[in-house]
Design a protein around this ligand. Structure first.
Ligand code: CTP
Length: 407
């Protein structure tokens, strides 16, 4: 189950740190590699030497060493991991993580990661029951962090109650369950590229060309795909939405930046283009704010933006296996969208009617038609979250079909 998995273990400063040594041993027995970040607090309880001896790798402790040694070392550490485990997770590291603080290597890794995180809390019973810790744990759970323990029992401080770190065997079981569940998810192992939101095309330093896209449908798809186990890169134009949990978010402003970010995110098994990319950008951006100089409105010379969907659909090498476009239309929805699918070279197109009386732009529900080689499927009006879940289920079926055909 854990063969070949890379589990980044963060040992923070609690008396239960000694159990982390046993945890490393058990994980390695099961075939996992276990790079370790030992916090300054953690090193008061276990030594780098004993951790390194058991882990069979150098132990990371200092943010600045690592950054010097290989640029962006903290990003690399989190990128290489399949799972991050914090054991023991003190009240302090949970609080710092919840606030997004990053003043040491452990919290920097936690802030920089898009990988799943499992925490094994260990602390005094009163600290565990304190409203601040309860709030932090609730927030972290909402952000997608999983927890194992703590257990009830006698504590090193002489008190009794919840706060003892889960035993190494229980943590191993939680880790195995995580991989088992992930393995069975419908999009497990699939790489997905997704664009969402509008683009902003600058006119001058204060003005830009934009559109009414809220990004809600794209963000809902990103969240649904991540829940279904996909490795999602969401390339997003400017929106006011919270980043979906477990998604690699790349923020861009313009269509040119969006295309560049998409190219960087390839290869992908599935690419979905839900962004409302501005068709036009200004031929030249003014360096200074354009003034009213009495000469009437300025003539804005426009030039066409790259068509991201078409560019990726027509790639000769490295085209994603399944490319899905969106078609927001205000008239002749099915006709226009069907023609658009062929023109853009994508496999599927999700069409919807965005004429003002429909009120979909920025709203929470959507009425879409899924157009493919097989014809048109019209879905009833539903929430954008339900559209996303249904689309993800269709993607999973399609990918399973490809996998079966390849067998
Ligand atoms: N799209 C894109 N890059 C562009 C324009 C559109 O990737 N420069 C993608 C959108 O993300 C969407 C699909 O193409 O998936 C259709 O977008 P839409 O704006 O409906 O199509 P246009 O090509 O702009 O056609 P028109 O505005 O003429 O309807």
């Amino acid at each position: 189950m854990l063969d070949g998995k890379r589990i980044l273990l963060i040992i923070s400063g609690g008396i239960a740190a000694y159990k982390a040594l046993e945890l490393i041993r058990r994980l390695r027995e099961r075939g996992a590699s276990v790079p370790v970040v030992l916090t300054a607090g953690g090193s008061n309880f276990v030594t780098s030497l004993s951790v390194a001896a058991l882990a069979g790798e150098t132990v990371h402790g200092d943010l600045f060493d690592l950054t010097r040694e290989s640029e962006m070392g903290h990003i690399q550490l989190s990128r290489d991991a399949d799972l991050i485990v914090i054991a023991p997770a003190t009240a302090d590291i949970l609080a710092r993580m919840n606030c997004g603080l990053a003043h040491d290597l452990a919290t920097t890794v936690l802030l920089a990661t898009d990988k799943p995180v499992l925490a094994a809390p260990a602390m005094n019973v009163r600290m565990w029951q304190h409203v601040a810790t309860r709030r932090n744990v609730a927030d972290l759970r909402r952000d997608g962090v999983s927890f194992v323990g703590p257990n009830d029992g006698d504590m090193a401080c002489g008190e009794f109650g919840p706060g003892r770190m889960a035993e190494p065997d229980e943590i191993v079981t939680a880790i195995e369950n995580h991989f088992q569940a992930t393995h069975e998810l419908p999009l497990a192992g699939a790489r997905m590229l997704l664009t969402a939101g509008p683009t902003h095309e600058p006119i001058d330093p204060v003005r830009y060309i934009a559109n009414r896209s809220s990004g809600k449908q794209g963000y809902a798809i990103a969240a649904a795909a991540a829940r279904a186990g996909a490795d999602v890169t969401l390339v997003s134009g400017p929106v006011t939405l919270d980043p979906p949990a477990g998604v690699n978010l790349v923020n861009v402003q313009t269509a040119d930046e969006m295309l560049e970010a998409c190219n960087r995110a390839l290869p992908a098994d599935v690419a979905i283009f839900s962004a409302a990319v501005a068709d036009w950008k200004t031929a030249a951006q003014s360096d200074n704010k354009i003034k009213k100089d009495g000469g009437g409105p300025p003539g804005l010379a426009l030039t066409e933006n790259p068509d991201i969907l078409r560019t990726i659909s027509c790639l000769e090498h490295g085209r994603p296996g399944l490319v899905v476009g969106f078609a927001a239309e205000t008239e002749n929805v099915l006709e226009n969208a069907t023609a658009k699918r062929l023109r853009k070279g994508c496999d599927w197109i999700v069409a919807n009617d965005v004429s003002p009386h429909q009120g979909v732009m920025g709203g929470d529900s959507n009425t879409v038609h899924l157009i493919s080689d097989g014809g048109v499927e019209s879905w009833p009006t539903m929430t954008k979250t339900d559209v996303a879940d249904r689309l993800v289920a269709r993607l999973a079926d399609a990918l399973r079909g490809v996998a079966n055909a390849a067998r």
